[in-house]
Structures are given as structure tokens and as C-alpha cells.
Design a protein around this ligand. Structure first.
Ligand SMILES: [Zn+2]
Length: 59
């Protein structure tokens, strides 16, 4: 209910490296619009993970 207009910048903690990262209002809106869960990892770890997965796909 009515949560979609209540986005505010939030701090989260990365499950991989443990550093705090900002989950910005714009990102929250993006994640919400895609029906995604909020990120558990900082942008650095997300990027690293993406690359690792991409490489795993190539074999
Ligand atoms: Zn991290």
C-alpha cells in the first residue's frame, strides 16, 4: 500500500565485505519498479559478482 511514494536514501550493510553503502532514493525506485528485492551487497561487490558470474557462464 502507498509505499511507492515514500522512498528516501537509506544506508545498508554489504553482506560480502561488511561496508555500509547508500541505497539511494533513485535506486530504490528502480528496484521497486522492477519488482526486485533490495540489494544485499555494495555496488563494488555487486559489480564483482556480476563479472564473476559472467565469467562462469563462459566456462
Ligand atoms: Zn561489499
Amino acid at each position: 500500500m502507498g509505499e511507492q511514494s515514500g522512498f528516501k536514501d537509506k544506508w545498508s550493510r554489504c553482506v560480502d565485505c561488511g561496508q555500509a553503502f547508500l541505497f539511494s532514493e533513485g535506486e530504490q525506485r528502480f528496484f521497486w519498479s522492477k519488482g526486485l528485492e533490495k540489494p544485499k551487497r555494495c555496488p563494488d561487490c555487486r559489480e564483482l559478482r556480476k563479472r564473476t558470474l559472467a565469467r562462469a557462464h563462459h566456462g
